[in-house]
Design a protein around this ligand. Structure first.
Ligand SMILES: C=CC1=C(C)c2cc3[nH]c(cc4nc(cc5[nH]c(cc1n2)c(C)c5CCC(=O)O)C(CCC(=O)O)=C4C)c(C)c3C=C
Ligand SMILES: [Fe+2]
Length: 454
């Protein structure tokens, strides 16, 4: 066992202290069938299977991964970081089952409780109706989503960034709607005997439909499992306000503005993935507020650099027959073209990887619409991906979160207060039943729904 003693600065956790490594190394990455990026800490010789175990009885002791200060007790600590993401179909055949998983999520289609039994049949119906349009989109970007590959790359980069800060951690990827599923990642975390877990959703802003949904899955897995319910977990609910993220976004925008002939004349057009208005107004989703604050912070950072362009925020990717957050991206693009805006830089802001909605919806559909509407010069800021300042900041977020890990069942960090109004619930129930009945049983309604909404 490689144990050494340090006098360098350490990070205090509950009753133990994490201390930086004396050196770091890049260790080989093992990727198993779950898509798990599972790395061993840098141990010398043949000690790699003894990951994260430290035995010491008095004073400050370290091993090459995590150092632990302990008085008269034996401490073993093994850090895991779980990256949460949406997941995406890898082939065109995956599209319909992926959509089924998405629409079967009660945080995506929020039916009144009495109608929850319709969730899966409705998901089946909607996924079958939506699949042809979605498949066209995925076909246009090469036949599948790049999300798994990019998230694995981010996981690997995060591992290295943590190692550079002398923290050894296993990084796991848990997707909500496609492989590697969150459930699989959690099983691996158990098998690896992780003793402290940081959950890091790869969505900068919190929404019930994204981070909220993934955390609900985690809470239910942890509740059912005696071992997991004792595991200290820190959940980073949102991180759009972190300086490193804001600065990294400002860097990308400033760089892309320079590609225009007259950078100061360019309208900065933030486009965020939408959510239904009812999430924000009835269910208390902080998504819109966080998005607006995020844009404010990025613009403030740009102003501090002398970049004072006009900017606007709109919401894209609406699905189905309800009101979504406004203004809608497609409508604003047309209005801006009509108002004479000639130079526009699109900035995707709700997600940190390239995905179907940047590569197809923004780069193809919205670009064409903008050019048809009179905008002459179009640009688009790339997603952050593995930008090093961004990954370094995520590593800092993980390190800062470690001390606050507590058992999941006792943490109330994710609860959203749902405002119950009996009259509104009844109206929803009544019209919801009629709609569900018509959708499930009327072929004419199905084709109307399909033509107008998908
Ligand atoms: C912050 C990001 C996202 C929010 C909020 C969000 C809410 C949300 N999404 C749908 C429906 C669909 N989303 C789809 C794909 C998709 N969504 C996000 C992110 C957010 N979704 C991403 C990153 C992706 C792409 C994954 C990929 O494969 O690259 C899809 C499938 C694609 C399509 O058919 O358009 C649907 C459908 C709802 C209903 C919703 C909020 C309630
Ligand atoms: Fe979505």
């Amino acid at each position: 066992m490689s144990v050494s003693c340090h006098s360098s600065k350490s990070l205090r956790l509950d009753n133990v202290t994490y201390q930086p490594l004396s050196g770091s190394c890049s260790s080989p990455r093992n990727k198993n069938m779950l898509g798990l990026v599972h790395s061993q800490p840098c141990l010398p010789f043949d000690k790699r299977n003894t990951v994260g175990k430290t035995f010491c009885s008095v004073g400050v002791c370290t091993y090459d991964g995590v150092a632990i200060e302990s008085h008269s007790q034996v401490v073993e600590e093994k850090v895991g970081v779980l990256l949460l993401n949406l997941g995406g179909p890898e082939t065109l055949n995956d599209v319909q089952p992926f959509l089924f998983n998405l629409f079967a999520d009660p945080d995506i289609i929020r039916l009144p409780r009495l109608f929850r039994f319709l969730q899966r049949p409705l998901a089946q119906l909607i996924s079958v109706l939506r699949a042809p349009k979605s498949k066209e989109g995925y076909a246009a970007i090469g036949g599948g989503s790049p999300l798994r590959k990019i998230t694995d790359e981010q996981a690997h980069a995060l591992k290295l960034a943590l190692e550079a800060k002398n923290i050894s951690a296993n990084i796991y990827v848990g997707m909500r709607y496609w492989y590697p599923f969150t459930e699989e990642a959690i099983q691996q975390i158990k098998r690896d005997k992780i003793t402290r877990l940081v959950v890091l959703p790869l969505y900068p802003q919190f929404s019930i439909s994204t981070t909220g949904s993934s955390i609900r899955v985690l809470q239910s897995l942890f509740r059912k499992d005696a071992h997991l319910s004792r595991l200290p977990v820190a959940v980073i609910k949102s991180w759009y306000q972190r300086e490193g993220y804001v600065k990294s976004m400002a860097d990308l925008i400033a760089k892309e503005l320079e590609t225009f002939a007259e950078p100061s004349e360019v309208m900065i057009f933030f486009s965020a993935h939408g959510v239904p208005v009812s999430y924000v107004e009835d269910a208390g989703d902080p998504y819109r507020d966080q998005m607006e604050e995020c844009i404010f912070l990025i613009m403030q950072e740009l102003k501090a650099r002398g970049i004072d362009n006009k900017h606007t925020l709109a919401y894209q990717s609406r699905v189905g027959p309800v009101q979504w957050l406004k203004p809608y991206t497609d409508e604003v693009l047309v209005e801006l073209g009509q108002k004479g805006v000639k130079n526009l830089l699109a900035v995707p802001v709700s997600f940190v990887s390239e995905h179907i909605e940047t590569l197809e919806e923004i780069d193809m559909e919205y670009k064409d619409l903008a050019l048809e509407s009179g905008i002459e010069n179009w640009g688009r800021v790339p997603a952050l991906g593995c930008t090093s300042s961004f990954i370094t900041d995520l590593a800092d977020a993980v390190i800062e979160a470690l001390p606050s890990a507590t058992t999941m069942s006792t943490s109330s960090t994710t609860s959203i207060v749902v405002d119950h109004d009996p009259v509104r619930d009844f109206v929803k129930l009544f019209f919801g039943s009629i709609l569900a009945f018509l959708l499930l049983f009327s072929p004419r309604m199905i084709s109307a729904f399909k033509n107008h909404l998908f």
